[in-house]
Design a protein around this ligand. Structure first.
Ligand SMILES: Nc1ncnc2c1ncn2[C@@H]1O[C@H](COP(=O)(O)OP(=O)(O)O)[C@@H](O)[C@H]1O
Ligand SMILES: CC(=O)OP(=O)(O)O
Ligand SMILES: [Mg+2]
Length: 395
């Protein structure tokens, strides 16, 4: 048996999964949350056995010590897991990384150098890498970048129409994110359609807390909705997605909002949260069903943005073979899928209401005569990270 330990480190959390390579199964998973706060919490899941803990975890290194102890106490045995690598999600790989790489001190320095482009993510990812290298000193550590899949974007898509010298000096361009998920899902779609990947055009809608769309042509990302940062594009849990950039200067001038307040506003107090008071789609659905108009409106805004994006990507691709929904909202919320695709018969997109409402987690939800097939494909970012990490170390 061989396996990869997958790490997704946030600023105050550490998510992990032990992935068996042959079967793709998650042998164990867990999360340490509120790292650095007075009361942290942790969960370790091994098979059917779930262990919860309330404790104080001061930093990511302590978090790893808890994780190793949890494996020691509750299993499975890491010694017997045939670990070949630790795979790390790194959000921002800039224009530098077009694939996964083995981490050494030089790579760490480059991830650090990219931190200004992803101040909420890369510093946290780096904390996770450093702590994991202490916890697993004998294993190769592999960085898998959210941005790497989008390195194939043509310049027409990644170049912003602002002063070239300013943009180039400050590395301002579209990078795109969620690449691991878009890559995994688009490859899976080609399998499901029984088409060669090279000849498959897919629109992937990754709708989680963060949300992004991707137009994939022949396995290559050709357009995506997030930008230089994971703030652009679709309406998200707490992030605004696209707004007129003039809104920022306006709010600075008329409301005196400073740069940190604007950052907070758009990243943490917008999206579903800003429109309804909750960033959790389940709350918004309940409120909308009860007739709360702000919640109804929020779903309208979210669906309108999705439809506009789908329409644009159909044009970018010159027509698509498939549209795939994935991540928490994409996989679970029939109402959002239906609203996003409503009335698109003329474009060859016909949803089957029953298939959309229920069925196995991976399923086709379009009618048999829909020219564009519509699918739900559960994303497996950890498996994709594990697979890429194993490939990089030659397993
Ligand atoms: N069964 C469900 N019904 C409605 N919404 C759900 C369901 N499961 C998850 N979600 C929503 O999915 C979002 C989180 O998606 P997820 O992919 O887990 O996010 P993350 O980006 O944090 O990985 C939340 O808005 C959550 O409410
Ligand atoms: C980059 C990004 O948006 O990630 P997440 O969806 O995990 O917040
Ligand atoms: Mg997720």
């Amino acid at each position: 048996m061989s396996s990869v330990f997958v790490v997704n480190a946030g600023s105050s959390s550490l998510k992990y999964q032990l992935v068996e390579l042959g079967s793709g199964a998650a042998l164990a998973s867990g999360i340490v949350e509120r790292i650095g706060e007075a009361r942290s919490s942790a969960r370790h899941v091994a098979g059917d056995v779930r262990t919860d803990a309330e404790l104080h975890v001061g930093d990511h290194e302590q978090a790893f010590r808890w994780v190793l102890a949890a494996f020691g106490e509750h299993g499975p045995s890491l010694e017997d897991a045939g670990l070949v690598a630790v795979g790390h999600r790194v959000v921002q790989g800039g224009a530098r990384f077009d694939g996964a790489v083995v981490v050494d001190d030089g790579i760490e320095a480059q991830i650090h150098d990219l931190a200004p482009l992803a101040p909420l993510h890369n510093p946290a990812n780096l904390l996770g890498i450093r702590a994991a290298r202490v916890a697993f000193p004998a294993l190769p550590h592999v960085a898998v970048f959210d941005t790497a899949f989008h390195r194939t974007l043509p310049r027409a898509a990644w170049r912003y129409a602002i002063d070239r010298s300013v943009a180039d000096e400050h590395r301002v361009r579209k990078y795109g994110f969620h690449g691991t998920s878009h890559q995994f899902v688009s490859r899976r779609v080609a399998e499901l359609l029984e088409r060669p990947l090279e000849d498959t055009r897919t629109i992937v809608l990754h709708l989680g807390n963060g949300a992004s769309a991707c137009a994939v042509d022949g396995g290559r990302s050709v357009e995506t909705s997030m930008g230089m940062t994971p703030l652009a594009g679709l309406v998200m849990g707490t992030r605004s997605g696209d707004v007129d950039p003039g809104v920022l200067t306006h709010l600075h001038r008329v409301a005196g909002l400073g740069v940190d307040e604007l950052d907070q506003l758009l990243n943490k107090r917008s999206g579903l949260l800003g429109l309804t008071g909750s960033g959790d789609m389940r709350d918004v659905q309940i409120a909308a069903a009860a007739g709360v108009d702000h919640a109804v409106e929020a779903l309208e805004v979210l669906a309108h943005r999705l439809r506009s994006t789908i329409g644009a990507y159909l044009a970018v691709l010159g027509g698509a073979h498939a549209i795939a929904f994935t991540a928490g909202v994409g996989e679970n919320v029939a109402q959002v899928r239906a609203a996003a695709l409503d009335g698109l018969d003329e474009l060859g997109i016909r949803l089957d209401p029953e298939r959309n409402a229920s069925g196995p987690s991976e399923r086709r939800i379009s009618t048999d005569d829909s020219r564009v097939q519509v699918w739900i494909v559960p994303t497996q970012e950890e498996l994709e990270i594990a697979t890429q990490a194993a490939a990089v170390v030659g397993v």
